[in-house]
Design a protein around this ligand. Structure first.
Ligand SMILES: NC(=O)c1ccc[n+]([C@@H]2O[C@H](COP(=O)([O-])OP(=O)(O)OC[C@H]3O[C@@H](n4cnc5c(N)ncnc54)[C@H](O)[C@@H]3O)[C@@H](O)[C@H]2O)c1
Length: 405
């Protein structure tokens, strides 16, 4: 990692497991960030990762915090350890980059958010979807009015359990928080970003494999103003049979986003002549549409738009009380290169999240995936877990945003 005009931010990593390796490779050469040391109780894992990046290998977070050049801590340990480590690092005056989930309970997540606010240190949660160009583009299209506000969000996740042996901490709620907490937080946070609201209540179901752990969960999450988000996660597949679909219903338009790390989006929309012209301009605006600070594009992204004029009647059409004259049909494709580009897009999303940390530390900006988004995602994940356990719909605790930002 190299520096700019300012001294680069020294970061120490705790937890030298599989994902830490990916994160450090993704961060290599990021301007403004310098890896200072790594730590893990497994001396072998710490030594291997330390040697790979040419930094000291230590045994614990406490040892990392003894180093003066560790100004920020990257927490990549299993979920149940996150909150205590984050609070310890913040109290020691360090900024924090925390792997998701921010904590395994809302109470602990709130304690971390409160500590970040009290100490004035920056905290970024690695909600990688916040840094994905396609999700960013959908938010921009909604802000510009090309897409109406989404009234429905759906995420179907046929995920792989191929590397999750029966003894993996993932299956043990005491360590992972359960599927809604360990994995669902990405999508509760994505729904919050795309719908622009915090959820109100949740109903949920959990299904157990025969003689085994819960491996399939679903939640229906009600957002304000008649908006419904449905989330399903099923860790039951081989890698090659993984499938994910995120779908947004904007009334006269639909967005379909493929890949858990989104790599391709398709929009189908009905529009009028003014809208058709705006959609047709989109390919020339592709750079701005897909831009995410800190995310370097590979250059083979494509934005294509086809408009079929007068594909429908010019008699006004109605849905949910909204009436519009929209005779033209639009098909827009935003393509980051499909499945083969997933590792690249994933790594760049993590890199952009780390760049967000550096920017927030140096410029005082508010990170996209800040403590509030970490807390909000854990709050709905916990409510979904309780709803599935009890069979009773749960309110999602409302977070007074001004209290945490
Ligand atoms: N953002 C993402 O897309 C993404 C993807 C995968 C994993 N993750 C998250 O990354 C984290 C790590 O996941 P992983 O798959 O690398 O797990 P892992 O089991 O491969 O690695 C965890 C490491 O943490 C170490 N560790 C455990 N307790 C520790 C402690 N008290 N102090 C120091 N080190 C400790 C372990 O020895 C191990 O080396 C999890 O929170 C997971 O949810 C995030």
């Amino acid at each position: 990692m190299t520096g700019g005009a300012r001294a680069p931010l020294g970061i120490g990593l705790v937890g030298c497991g599989g994902f830490a390796e990916f994160v450090l490779d993704a961060a290599a050469g990021l301007p403004g960030l310098r890896l200072a040391a790594v730590a893990d109780p497994s001396a072998e894992r710490a030594a291997r990762l330390g040697a790979r990046h040419g930094v000291p290998a230590l045994a614990s977070l406490d040892e990392l915090l003894e180093l003066g050049d560790v100004e920020a801590v990257l927490i990549a340990t299993p979920p149940a350890t996150h909150a205590e480590m984050a609070v310890t690092a913040l109290r020691a005056g360090r900024h924090v980059f925390c792997e998701k989930p921010l904590a395994t309970t809302a109470e602990d997540a709130a304690a971390v958010a409160a500590e970040a606010r009290r100490t004035g240190r920056v905290l970024v949660v690695d909600h990688v979807l916040r840094y994905n160009p396609l999700l960013r583009a959908v938010r921009r299209l909604t802000e510009r009015g090309l897409l109406g506000p989404a009234r429905r969000f759906l995420f179907e996740n046929d995920a792989s359990d191929e590397d999750l042996g029966p003894d993996h901490w993932f299956w043990d709620r005491a360590h992972s928080g359960g599927i809604f907490v360990e994995h669902g937080v990405h999508f509760f946070d994505a729904a919050r970003a795309l719908l622009g609201s915090d959820p109100v209540s949740v109903r949920a179901t959990a299904v157990r494999r025969p003689d085994g752990p819960v491996d399939m969960v679903s939640a229906d999450v009600v957002h304000p103003d008649g908006v419904l988000a449905s989330h399903l996660h099923s860790f039951t597949h081989a890698h090659r049979a993984e499938r994910q679909l995120m779908r947004l219903d904007h009334g006269f338009a639909e967005t379909r986003i493929c890949g858990w790390i989104p790599v391709r989006a398709e929009v189908l929309a009905w529009t009028d002549e003014e809208g058709a012209l705006a959609w047709e301009r989109l390919p020339s605006l592709a750079d701005a549409l897909l831009s995410v600070d800190g995310f370097t594009r590979h250059g083979f992204e494509r934005v294509t738009v086809e408009v079929e004029r007068d594909a429908g009647s010019s008699v006004p059409a109605r849905g949910r009380g909204e009436q519009r004259t929209v005779p033209h049909r639009v098909r827009a494709v935003l393509d980051l290169g499909g499945e083969p580009r997933k590792p690249y897009v994933y790594a760049q999303s993590v890199r952009a999240a780390l760049a967000d940390l550096v920017r927030a530390v140096h410029e005082g900006s508010v990170p996209q995936a800040d403590a509030v988004s970490g807390l909000s995602a854990v709050a709905v994940a916990e409510a979904a877990t309780v709803a599935a356990d009890t069979g009773v719909a749960q309110p999602v605790p409302q977070i007074p945003l001004e209290a945490w930002s």
